[in-house]
Design a protein around this ligand. Structure first.
Ligand SMILES: C[S@@+](CC[C@H](N)C(=O)[O-])C[C@H]1O[C@@H](n2cnc3c(N)ncnc32)[C@H](O)[C@@H]1O
Length: 204
């Protein structure tokens, strides 16, 4: 992916919007791999608020102090959620992502104690028992297929007794839409997203 700086909003919207038509997981992960070096500046242009919203949700749901919680950041990308977590006092952070290039960026941010290459839905997640698992995705119609597949995977993990759902919360003002067609719930040009929090269960 090109490294040019200072892309304007419409360029970013076109690039990210095109990726929303990729439904095959391997191709999606390849797209993320090419995007990794530019990801942070592109999502900033899109006014991406998911990390802050996810950590708001986590803070509200947490039974104890943040420093005592072990958080597994699933699909951690470059580490934007970790930056938000650290700012709110969360210190034990593990991350997984299906893209090696994204993990390289996450490693560079220096906030995770452990990072693993792992594709959710294809292999077990490497995390200690009892940790909290945080995942997010877009909740607008253009992401419906991915969201449904993700939820099917989460349901299987819960039915198998591996994870227990704490929260599944839809939130507005996730990020700017990449096109006017992106969703009927778009408010002020923003689309919605969803935050999932799970507690990893101890093995029977
Ligand atoms: C939109 S980015 C979000 C990254 C980060 N959570 C954030 O808020 O900035 C989506 C990330 O999910 C990863 N990803 C997508 N599907 C995945 C899967 N099935 N397993 C693991 N990682 C996945 C991609 O590689 C990418 O880093």
């Amino acid at each position: 992916m090109a490294q040019e700086k200072g892309r304007n909003l419409s360029e970013v919207q076109a690039r990210i919007g095109a990726s929303h038509n990729i439904h095959d997981l391997d191709r999606k992960l390849q797209f993320y791999g090419r995007w990794a070096p530019d990801y942070d500046q592109d999502v900033a242009a899109l006014q991406y608020r998911a990390p802050r919203l996810a950590v708001d949700c986590l803070t509200q749901a947490l039974p104890g102090p943040p420093h005592a919680a072990l958080i597994l950041d699933v699909a951690c990308g470059t580490g934007l959620v970790a930056a938000e977590l650290q700012a709110r006092g969360f210190l034990q952070l593990h991350g997984v992502d299906g893209s090696p290039e994204m993990l390289k960026q996450a490693q560079a941010c220096g906030l995770y104690q452990h990072l693993s290459l792992c594709t959710l839905g294809q292999e077990p997640l490497p995390s200690p028992e009892g940790g909290l698992v945080c995942l997010t995705t877009r909740a607008n119609p253009s992401n419906l297929q991915y969201k449904e597949a993700l939820e099917a995977t989460l349901d299987k993990l819960e039915q198998a007794g591996a994870w227990k759902r704490l929260v599944a919360q839809t939130v507005d003002h996730w990020e700017l839409a990449t096109s006017p067609l992106e969703g009927t719930r778009a408010k002020d040009g923003f689309i919605s997203g969803i935050i999932y929090l799970y507690q990893k269960q101890r093995s029977p």
